[in-house]
Ligand binder design. Structure first.
Ligand code: CA
Length: 102
């Protein structure tokens, strides 16, 4: 899959881009497979981060390469990179709220 190249390009972290995507999919309220700014804001709020509206706006702005207002497809790798670099997410903690059924 296309997004795998982001995974290989990034340094090894506690959470892979696939796990990040799975975590975010919980917040995909309308189930369209894209993460909007509002959905990302909810995701960041679940981590008890501050200034989530601002962080979500900056993150979508950084990741939304085709400017359709949502993060989808290959852009998930860009969002993951942004989260790592700028949001200082403790990626190992993302799994705590995961609760996804395979
Ligand atoms: Ca997009």
């Amino acid at each position: 899959m296309a997004f795998m190249r982001y995974y290989r390009a990034l340094p090894q972290g506690e959470t892979t881009v696939e796990e990040f995507r799975a975590w975010l999919s919980q917040f995909d309220a309308d189930g369209d497979g894209r993460i909007s700014r509002e959905e990302l804001e909810r995701a960041l709020r679940s981590l008890n981060l501050w200034f989530v509206w601002w962080k979500a706006r900056e993150a979508v702005r950084a990741a939304d390469a085709n400017r359709n207002g949502a993060v989808d497809g290959d852009e998930m790798g860009r969002l993951y990179a942004f989260a790592h670099k700028h949001l200082h997410l403790k990626m190992s903690q993302l799994g705590l709220g995961l609760g996804l059924e395979e």
